[in-house]
Design a protein around this ligand. Structure first.
Ligand code: ADP
Ligand code: MG
Length: 235
């Protein structure tokens, strides 16, 4: 018997056309498999289809055509409510602009991510404390986002993304709002999570971010191409 690493993301001939007018084919039919534990970077210029790809992978949007399996579940054969449940349980999102609730503490922001999980209040509190410790912010759990630095805010957002113990972290320009030293620290944190087994997909146009992934996929005019490692590493 062959050993088989389970696919977290599997796109089969997935494509996306926005209605318009005029209609825009933002994603050409593509196959993409991301297996458990991989760290994949998706790069491409503005307007190339990165957000479209992220929105489909993150169950925020449904493709026009094709099949998308998340953890082996056909995401088009389930109800909208089941998709929402799948999204909140299996996917952690990290965005450039953090998206924290400004009047809630770091702890509350992380706990709120678990509100729709079937976990009791005490479990939510404990898990939030655990993930805030993991990102190095245990001592700032009662702080409001406005009292935190940009790097600390992104750590809270990463803690929030981890709280439901997702299968996949989807990051869209996670260091886009950070200075380079802070960005490096956030990328180090993602590296650490990857070493612990987390599956990570990062969308970026920043070469320093792209250099961290094990696989690089380029998107151009809605077309995906994988950059073979041998080519990427040659001088
Ligand atoms: P990126 O994130 O790489 O900048 P997008 O995925 O946002 O690219 O966009 C890809 C293409 O699809 C662009 O041509 C964009 O104008 C178009 N597009 C994105 N969202 C919509 C939408 N809701 N309706 C129509 N066209 C859209
Ligand atoms: Mg975009």
């Amino acid at each position: 018997m062959t050993h088989h690493t389970p696919a977290v993301i599997e796109f089969r001939e997935v494509s996306m056309t926005y209605g318009g007018p005029p209609p825009v084919q933002a994603l050409q039919p593509c196959d993409l498999t991301i297996t458990k534990g991989e760290y994949v970077v998706i790069v491409g210029p503005s307007g190339s289809g990165k957000s479209t790809l992220l929105n489909i992978a993150g169950l925020l949007d449904t493709p026009t055509r094709g099949t998308y399996l998340l953890d082996g579940i056909d995401t088009q054969k389930i109800s909208e409510a089941q998709r929402a449940a799948l999204r909140s349980k299996r996917i952690g999102f990290v965005f450039q602009s953090f998206h924290l609730l400004p009047h809630r503490s770091a702890q509350d922001n992380v706990e709120l991510a678990m509100l729709y999980q079937r976990v009791d209040r005490r479990t939510r509190r404990n898990r939030a404390a655990t993930v805030l410790n993991r990102v190095g912010l245990g001592h700032r759990s009662h702080a409001l986002p406005t009292h935190l630095s940009g790097g600390e805010r992104q750590r809270v957002a990463i803690a929030r993304a981890l709280a439901a113990e997702p299968s996949l972290l989807l990051c869209d320009e996670p260091t886009g709002n950070l200075d380079s030293a802070t960005a490096t620290a956030i990328l180090d944190l993602l590296d650490g999570l990857h070493r612990e087994g987390m599956t990570i997909a990062v969308i970026t146009h920043d070469a320093n971010v792209a250099a961290r992934g094990e696989r690089t996929i380029t998107i151009r005019d809605g077309q995906l191409t994988e950059t073979p490692r041998a080519i990427r590493m040659s001088p």
